[in-house]
Design a protein around this ligand. Structure first.
Ligand code: NAD
Ligand code: GLY
Length: 367
């Protein structure tokens, strides 16, 4: 097992990474203050892993909260049903909420923990690649609003993150690829050598090679922990973690939550950010193509949806959380391994980026 640390003063916490960690009750119990625990999960993950987790938590009083599965349920109504369960079981302020599932469960359970009785402890047990490398670390919690992704939420750090890499064995291949979008993101924004490693190991990752997965997850978590430790509330550098997300969130919102997976939308959005960086003269065409090829080899879409025009993008991007004083800020690349957050670009370049024929641009690069 590897242990990383998110350094945030008194809100610091460990990330445990290893095989079969769900069965290691002692890793959890040392982070649980009281006797009451709510396990928030969904109807896909519960049949796979809840029994093992309950066994590890023997001795605690457990309230299982099993939600319907899907991004479409990441909303007020589902959040209310979590509160209903917590109150019905009379959980008090010493209770701990454990999120068992992907990013949807982690974001909602974390937000419930931030709000319930003005804040109770919570622990993340992420079971998708995307949640293991990104959403479980850093304390962003929340729900979607019909007008915008993740628009309602709170920064609220967990007590611990427990990553059992063997849970990925049951994850559908499409979901694994979606997680790879966020892994590749770290290479693009802050770790050029990691991109080379990913190019050599993408086949192993897709084949669920445990050693390769552990390496990719720990390098990703280390990068995320570094960035969050430096900028917890996204006053600066943390925004670079949103490479491709402004375009991607527009895709997710426009297509209807759940139609495109988050990682898929991020992948197509990343291609748009790469292309814009290219048009600004920062990134070379060769480097853009190299990144597009890797995304495609990861099994990800590199072309935005055909039913979206430039106007659709602009409309959805106007409600992005990085909009400041009415100006859109974007994460772009100065070069592979170096991202910037900027509003300093001519609007014509953005328009040109939105009007590119991505089908043609990526034709030779897709696998
Ligand atoms: P998800 O939570 O919807 O999980 C994907 C699917 O896999 C679901 O059907 C889920 O039930 C299933 N699943 C989960 N674990 C499984 C397993 N081990 N075996 C089989 N099936 C399993 O999606 P996700 O990609 O994990 O997360 C996406 C969400 O995360 C989005 O809502 C996004 O906004 C959010 N997100 C948040 C942050 C953050 O910093 N908080 C960062 C990135 C993404
Ligand atoms: N996923 C972006 C962040 O955590 O800041």
């Amino acid at each position: 097992m590897q242990t990383l640390q998110v350094d945030l003063g008194e809100r610091s916490y460990p990330i445990f990474i290893g095989e079969q960690l769900i069965d290691r009750g002692e890793l959890l119990s040392r982070h649980i203050r009281g006797k009451q625990v709510a396990v928030v999960t969904n109807d896909t993950v519960a049949p796979l892993y809840i029994e093992r987790l309950l066994h590890s938590l023997a001795g605690f009083s457990i309230t299982p909260v099993v939600l319907p599965d899907g991004e479409g349920f990441k909303n007020w109504q589902t959040l209310q049903s979590i509160f209903d369960a917590l109150l019905t079981s009379r959980l008090d302020r010493s209770a701990t909420i454990i999120a068992l599932g992907g990013g949807v469960i982690g974001d909602m359970a974390g937000f419930a923990a931030a709000c319930y009785q003005r804040g109770v402890d919570f622990i993340q047990i992420p079971t998708t690649l995307l949640s293991q490398v990104d959403s479980s670390v850093g304390g962003k919690t929340g729900i979607n609003h019909p007008l915008g992704k993740n628009m309602i939420g709170a920064f609220y750090q967990p007590q611990a993150v427990l990553i059992d890499t063997t849970t990925l064995a049951t994850l559908p291949a499409r979901e694994l690829s979606a997680g790879l979008a966020e892994v590749i993101k770290y290479g693009l924004i802050c770790d050029g050598p990691f991109l080379g490693w990913l190019e050599s190991n993408i086949g192993k990752l897709r084949a669920l090679d445990q050693a390769a997965l552990t390496e990719a997850i720990s390098r990703s978590c280390a990068a995320k922990a570094r960035v969050v430790g430096a900028d917890e509330r996204e006053a600066g550098i943390r925004a670079t973690l949103n490479l491709g997300h402004t375009f991607g969130h527009a895709i997710e919102t426009h297509q209807g939550y759940g139609a495109w997976l988050h990682g898929e939308a991020v992948s197509a959005g990343t291609v748009m950010a790469l292309e814009m960086s290219c048009q600004l003269g920062w990134l070379s065409v060769e480097d853009r193509n190299r990144a597009v090829r890797l995304l495609s080899r990861a099994g990800l879409p590199v072309v935005p949806p055909a039913n979206m025009c430039a106007e659709d993008f602009l409309q959805h991007m106007a409600v992005d959380k990085k909009v400041l004083n009415g100006r859109l800020r974007l994460v772009l690349l100065k070069r592979l391994g170096e991202a910037v957050v900027t509003d300093d670009f001519p609007s014509e370049v953005l328009e040109a980026t939105l009007n590119v024929n991505y089908e043609a641009l990526t034709q030779e690069l897709r696998t």
